[in-house]
Design a protein around this ligand. Sequence first.
Ligand code: CMC
Length: 428
Amino acid sequence: MSDNTANLTVGGDSKDYAIMDGTVGPQVIDVRKLYANTGMFTYDPGFTSTASCESGLTYIDGDEGVLLHRGYPIGQLAEESSFMEVCYLLLNGELPSKKELADFTNTITRHTMVHEQLSAFFRGFRRDAHPMAIMVGVVGALSAFYHDSTDINDPEQRRIASHRLIAKMPTIAAMAYKYSVGQPFVYPRNDLSYTANFLRMTFSVPAEDYIPDPVIVDAMDKIFILHADHEQNASTSTVRLAGSSGANPFACIAAGIACLWGPAHGGANEAALNMLREIGTVDRIPEYIARAKNKDDPFRLMGFGHRVYKNYDPRATVMQKTAKDVLEKLGVNDPVFDVAKELEQIALNDPYFVEKKLYPNVDFYSGVILSAIGFPTEMFTVLFALARTVGWVAQWNEMISDPAQKIGRPRQLYTGPTQRDYVPVDKR
Ligand code: CMC
């Protein structure tokens, strides 16, 4: 085997496969000719060893606990940047100048209103519908409203669709919340920042305005930054796969939202807080640790473990500090935060979690913060979807612009019956 090829011998026949280099991270073996050469597929359920695309957006080193967006460490972005700036960075590849940021923010601000007719969609749902169910439906419905930005072959239409999605998602998320609590929808206001505007649309009522507290706005903005993108995770891969057929961007993002909803993915923040509440007090932690370790019990510590991170999730570090700041600022003494900190300590010292390299992930502390701010648990995944929208559209756009892009079409190892003849029902 030479330096830049991998040699594979199948049935005595040897062939070289190119090894491709990224800028950093593992090399990949280009197996695109494998089937033509051997008549065999690779088998990799869950894509544990398969790179599905090239991407220049986000890099993760799971062993070291590193997360970079366009090269910038997530800790620096969360501490020093803003969500609007991170959106620009993900979409355009570079940090904006002052003017570029002002222009971008202005564009997003001026796209936050939704077509008035869209509010009728909400009224078709039951009041007790899960807001993620509403999000899947309403975001998918955007393609019926914004026809002038659904031609995916036109870069300008793609740009407009991306801006629309980022801008309208907070409005739609706030409407989903308002609908569930039976309060009137609140229109966006252009004099507020992206995040302050979202908080106001969520928490103000006609009888009383909501003046967003800068500490809460800052915490929420950090949470948005921490969720903005995360490489080829399940929902992003779903968006790419849906988009690979040429589907319009609104439909693709609706597909991403549907995937994100699952408890192994974005739904874990809701599940983590429910779990912490169920544990309730520090003395009950050992019982839950024992359950998590028991092979016969399907219970898992929610907010723990990650497919890629085999070290502390760098987003969880920022999240834990933000939780402390928010609880202090609000004067909230939530026993759930104590349970979370103690559970983390016990798990980090338990051989089961140490050996399997299971660490807290982004979802472990986010629920504590969101609950202190006033969000019901059902809204947690909606907030994740809101923030991840920029990652989804940036990845979708990158895919459409990639000359190597093809419709996604995995193959399979068939294990069903071989061909057999149909038997009429009266002869069976
Ligand atoms: N609690 C107890 N055991 C666990 C946990 C956990 N949270 N996570 C993994 N394990 C065990 C698992 O049982 C397995 O043990 P064994 O090797 O003996 O069979 C081993 O660790 C490896 O787990 P896996 O399921 O093969 O790993 P995966 O990469 O397929 O799953 C995961 C990753 C995130 C789905 C999983 O760790 C999990 O279910 N965690 C809880 C849900 C969660 O917090 N999800 C949020 C992920 S971060 C946000 C996001 O990206 O959406």
